[in-house]
Design a protein around this ligand. Structure first.
Ligand SMILES: Cc1cc2nc3c(=O)[nH]c(=O)nc-3n(C[C@H](O)[C@H](O)[C@H](O)COP(=O)(O)O)c2cc1C
Ligand code: SF4
Length: 441
């Protein structure tokens, strides 16, 4: 018999914070239905079904202040509220593509807490009036997909999913859709194209998916971590949720994926804004190997501008990181130490975006290839200051002139490193080679 846990007590301070999204660190096996329910699971779903109208669920999530954890930090409840109240099918698509370099938080949720996500998907579907929901998962996440399939089957057998759920007349079906592994599939409209069986090329907007999404029907696309917050909001209430983090705009728990030059890389769940970059790296990540100095931190994988070491005392929440000149994004922090060649790092990120560009827009398709090609040359020491001007102007021809944010993301490693590490570039030109011995092709 498993003992039921009481409602978690949380505070904004990290010391006594008890994780709710990944409460079983280091566990290799999934939490099955019996254990999940014993820990209070599916209470939020039951409460929504029995005590709340769909609109009340939307209002509760709005009041909690939950912002999307997929990257943009868009308010979740507001997005749900955009879904028009029209007859006919509506859909929920859970974005489990998780392809941003350095991001591995959704994987842990899905592999260990599959029922938490299933419950979140069910509640969100009810809130927006969707009878069918899809979890779009990257093909490489085989274990996570298998565990989600098993969790859905378990929930169906228990009458928590399917038709006439718990005798309330509500129907919600959830299916797991395995993608083929491309970064662009995480872009919400490319994801919908892929779900429909086409090449994952982003659509132009408007119309936005909430109005015209999957099969041209109203569709909400939400990230795995976003939806995994929802059961906790419903079960414990929005007032409880607001005690975590920094209200009103940075509430709730956040999983920080820490990697790069740190002693203890991994996922760390903390309230938004509770710690700084430095505290996360030092106290949770065990600092940098061999006591080396930090040169910079990428706060959101390859997609957001790098921050220099003088920004390490910035709090880890959406608004603070933005004020420091970057974006929290999916909060996948990659630490670069003093032995890292920044030009090499920029070239490597440019290579990634070149490879992942879907090719639909000319500035992105051609521009990402040129950015990469030029950076490889500069890294080898064959360049001059004029090349930096060329890279800045080329970036200006891509950013804001393309269909989706991948094009903008592709320019940020280039422009941010030129602005903040210009000396590193100049050193390459002066020496006619890379000054960093650690460089490997
Ligand atoms: C190139 C690109 C890749 C993206 N990859 C992901 C991803 O892997 N997972 C994700 O949740 N959002 C990703 N996004 C953001 C989604 O388009 C979308 O904003 C998000 O799924 C919305 O969920 P949220 O509101 O819950 O954050 C990506 C965006 C772009 C432009
Ligand atoms: S910006 Fe790049 S990835 Fe996005 S639609 Fe255009 S070509 Fe494709």
């Amino acid at each position: 018999m498993i003992e039921e846990k009481t409602q978690p007590e949380t505070t904004g301070s990290p010391g006594d914070y008890q994780p709710v999204l990944i409460p079983h660190p280091g566990r290799g096996t999934p939490v099955l239905l019996e254990e999940y329910r014993a820990e209070g699971g599916y209470r939020g779903w039951e409460k929504a079904l029995r005590e709340m109208s769909p609109d009340e669920v939307v209002e509760e999530v709005k009041a909690a202040g939950l912002r999307g954890r997929g990257g943009a930090g868009f308010p979740c409840g507001a997005k749900w509220g955009f879904v028009p109240k029209v007859p006919g099918p509506k859909y929920l698509a859970c974005n489990a593509d998780e392809s941003e370099p350095g991001t591995f938080k959704d994987r842990e949720i899905m592999e260990v807490e599959p029922h938490m996500l299933v419950e979140g998907v069910a509640i969100a579907s009810y809130a927006i009036g969707a009878g069918d929901a899809f979890i779009y998962i990257r093909g490489e996440y085989v274990t996570a997909a298998d565990r989600l399939d098993a969790a859905i089957a378990e929930a169906e057998r228990a009458g928590l999913l399917g038709s006439d759920i718990l005798g309330t007349g509500v129907d919600v079906r959830i299916r797991v859709f395995r993608g083929a592994g491309a970064y662009i599939c995480g872009e919400e409209t490319a994801l919908l194209e892929s779900l429909e069986g086409r090449r994952p090329m982003p659509r132009s907007r408007p119309p936005f998916p909430a109005v015209e999404g999957l099969y041209r029907r109203p569709t909400v696309v939400n990230n795995v971590e976003t939806l995994s917050n929802v059961p906790h909001i419903l079960k414990n209430g929005q007032a409880w949720y607001q005690t975590i983090g920094v209200p009103p705009k940075n509430t709730g728990p956040k999983i920080f994926c820490l990697s790069g030059r740190v002693n203890r890389p991994g996922n760390y769940e903390l309230p938004l804004g509770a710690v700084t970059f430095r505290e996360l790296i030092e106290e949770y990540g065990g600092g940098v190997p061999d006591g080396r100095q930090i040169k910079g931190v990428l706060p959101a994988g390859a997609s957001a501008p790098i921050l220099t070491a003088d920004k390490l005392d910035t709090k880890l929440d959406y608004d603070s990181v933005q004020a420091a000149g970057s974006m929290l994004g999916s909060a996948s922090l990659i630490v670069l130490d003093e032995t890292v060649c920044i030009v090499r790092a920029a070239a490597r990120m440019a290579e990634f975006f070149r490879h992942e560009s879907c090719g639909k827009c000319t500035p992105c398709r051609e521009g990402t290839a040129w950015l990469h090609q030029i950076l490889v040359r500069l890294e080898a020491g064959r360049g001059s200051e004029a090349d930096l001007d060329l890279l800045m102007s080329l970036s200006g021809e891509i950013s804001g002139k393309v269909l989706c944010a991948l094009g903008d993301f592709a320019t940020s490693p280039v422009t941010a490193t030129i602005r903040q590490f210009r000396e590193d570039y100049l050193e390459h030109f002066k020496l006619g080679r890379c000054p960093y011995d650690s460089w490997t092709a």
